[in-house]
Design a protein around this ligand. Structure first.
Ligand code: HEM
Length: 298
């Protein structure tokens, strides 16, 4: 499903300015920033910071809980941002604009770096620290993050059971179901390779995309051929950019598991799973599998 693009602030909220207007204002201000506004503060109209800062409602009086809550919210925003870049990449791939995909893929890889750096805000947390507010989270778990599932679905990790928790949230469930039944980024890459002369079997291209793609030797062989070519070949550059994204996402999963180990060891999860053991199984699902396995054959 093509999702609506990021909502722009309404024209009455943010007034555009020309370079000339900016220069005039700076001259009038004598080098100091503007301090008087007639309407809403323009920064807030655009960033909606006042709304954003009203969204933190800790459940305990524990001073550490705020960093757990805000870090989770920051990660949610990064998940959404990553989805945005992956969808843009799909749009360009479908139009055969291969070199243009470098920009959104680079942005996605950098967002994943930012996302991974956010784990630092939780490195202070020992099991005793977490236990001070853990019970108050009840059954709440990142496992129930719809946006994380969107990232997974876009990257080609597809397990219909994982969208079941959202059945009672009609809109969220409809979006996830649509994403499950739409081609993943990897499906788009395979279609691209086939359009550009790589011999991929029809059963691979015509499969039900709701089912997770199974690694195929023909895809692996295509990547081996591509990587044997010129270093500046557009498909090879695409392969490397996709590898960056897969690695960044893999880093998030690894960092998460380490954070879990640090803060609760192998205890059972708040979301009802076995905890660490369940997460380790979940991590075994590989993003863009043939891009990794092909390297053994190069
Ligand atoms: C250090 C604090 C954290 C602990 C102890 C923790 C613990 C867990 C556990 C045990 C699970 C398995 C499901 C279950 O709850 O039974 C899980 C899953 C998950 N958590 Fe966390 N988590 C932490 C921080 C976070 C943060 C900050 C996020 C960001 C939003 C997050 C996102 C997720 C996601 C997306 C899953 C599902 C992973 C998958 O499907 O493979 N977690 N977490």
């Amino acid at each position: 499903m093509e999702r609506t693009e990021v909502r722009a602030a309404t024209p009455t909220e943010v007034r555009p300015a020309t370079p000339r207007q900016r220069a005039k204002r700076a001259a009038r201000n004598g080098g100091e920033p503007t301090l008087e506004f007639t309407g809403r503060i323009p920064y807030d109209a655009y960033v909606q910071a006042s709304t954003l800062h009203r969204l933190q409602t800790p459940l305990s009086g524990d001073p550490g809980e705020m960093s757990f809550l805000v870090t989770s919210q920051i990660m949610e925003l990064y998940f959404n941002l990553t989805c945005h870049e992956l969808r843009e990449t799909q749009r360009l791939l479908r139009a055969d604009r291969i070199p243009d995909t470098q920009a959104p893929l680079r942005r996605a890889a950098l967002h994943l770096e930012g996302l991974n750096a956010a784990w630092r805000s939780l490195r202070w947390m020992t099991p005793a620290d977490f236990n001070r507010f853990r019970n108050l989270l009840g059954e709440g778990s990142g496992f129930q993050s719809a946006m994380y599932r969107h990232v997974e679905l876009l990257l080609g990790l597809r397990d219909p059971a994982l969208i079941r928790p959202f059945r009672r949230q009609a809109e969220v469930h409809a979006e996830l179901t649509a994403a499950l039944h739409a081609p993943s980024l990897w499906d788009d890459v395979l279609a691209l390779l086939a359009r550009h002369g790589h011999d991929l079997p029809p059963e691979l291209l015509g499969r039900d995309v709701a089912e997770e793609h199974q690694p195929h030797p023909a895809v692996e062989a295509a990547w081996v051929r591509i990587y044997a070519g010129r270093p500046d070949d557009q498909f090879r550059l695409l392969g490397e950019a996709l590898t960056e994204v897969a690695e960044g996402f893999g880093d998030w999963r690894w960092n998460h598991v380490k954070a879990v180990q640090r803060t609760m060891g192998a205890k059972v999860g708040s979301g009802g799973s076995a905890g660490l053991a369940w997460l380790q199984r979940s991590m075994a699902r590989v993003v863009f599998p043939e891009l990794w396995s092909a390297r053994t054959e190069m």
